[in-house]
Design a protein around this ligand. Sequence first.
Ligand SMILES: [Zn+2]
Length: 498
Amino acid sequence: MTKKFYITTPIYYLNALPHIGHAYTTLAADIMARYKKAQGVPVHFLTGTDEHGANIERSAQNANVSPQEWTDNLAQKFKELWAELNINYDDFIRTTEPRHERTVQEVFEVLLKKGDIYKGKYSGKYCMSCEAYIDESELLPNDLCPIHKKPTQFIEEETYFFKLSAYGELLLKFYEANPTFLSPKFRSNEIINFVKSGLKDLSVTRTKVKWGVPVLSDPNHTIYVWFDALVNYISAIGYGKKLGLSEYADYKYNFDEFWPAEVHLLGKEISRFHSVIWPAVLMALGLPLPGKTFAHGWWTIEGEKMSKSRGNFIDPRDITTKYGVDSLRYFLFREVPFGGDGDFSMDSFKKRFNADLANDLGNLLSRTLNMAAKTVVEIPQNYTEKSNLLAKAQETNKTYFEQMDNLAFDKALDSVWFLIGDMNKYIDETKPWMLAKSEPEKAKAILLELIFALKSVVGWISPFMPKTAEEMARRLAVGPIEKYAPLFPRIEAEPKHN
Ligand SMILES: [Zn+2]
């Protein structure tokens, strides 16, 4: 078991309101953090917002506010949503905070002195939306950006470069020695091939962008927003203090306690930044590399790509105000393997809600407690009698932990629901309510097994559905005294209007 667990989400770029895609990554981190905390592992869960760059400058200008006001307002929206989704991060970093900006400046100077950053000239095709130069080999016909499908601009400027080209061989060796670093595995070849094709030095400053962190020794330049953003993973946990910045001598965290991160979570579109550039920067700084970068897939909505023009951005609150936070948390991680792409449709959401939550889980709990109300008065705290069901529960436990440690959330939940199915079947077959009169001891034993296994279910689902797990634990502890409302009232089909 690891001694600590440091997990991060990407910091979200503040050019739009948070939507279900942001929620997905942050919920995944929350689930892992809760899972590890429950095992007594010291956890540090970092999220935050990426607040510099030309796009934000422009958005603020269009809205007639200062960039700082713009980012203050949007960062708050992210925090509010995380609170509503019951996301318990340990720290929220904003890249406009002094603790971050000062560290970025210092990191830049350190690399400049070491020769890993040098001054040169750059010319190339630049995508304003990516805020990045696009390599000739990746441009679409008519010099369109391959991501935004928008025209790029030819730009020539004085710039500082990071010597990325010097790290290709070292990166390839690292990937080979650490085969789970690039996760999930099916995405790893893309990165490996990209590195094998040869890395070019990376332009890491801009003279045209004013809303950015100025280079300390050359303030005409601001630091490239991506270079700035990646440093958040170390600035937040006190790298500035480690570098000896006097104003952070009393900083709340000690860098060596948390670094390296065990997991960086990210969307697949930003893999290269996290799996190529970031490890190279860390190598240049002489720091150990993270355990894993995990790139998850994208959600489509009702079969279509989420986009502003289609107006199909889903605010998670559209779901949670009607059906509760836990059902959304459950759906997103049961429906699609973490790492793959998925589709969100109300139809499949309602199906899972009714089948998995209202029927399988909700009914199992209410049936068991109702029968216990008539049969068992006291539930012993440490019931350990060997039985078939309990052996199955032990197997489930093993599978669950293996899958969770691999971030295979869907498989972990599959194994739990498989057992829930078995438990419902067990009730149907043994009919304890009939045994209660003829063989009361046997009925009691069966109910004890069910209650014992249900308590395990509570532990397993708790990272995904914390409120539900809490409520189940309460009902199981109190025993059959109260009359309970269903955990998940079925969603009835809406009447058709003609
Ligand atoms: Zn672009």
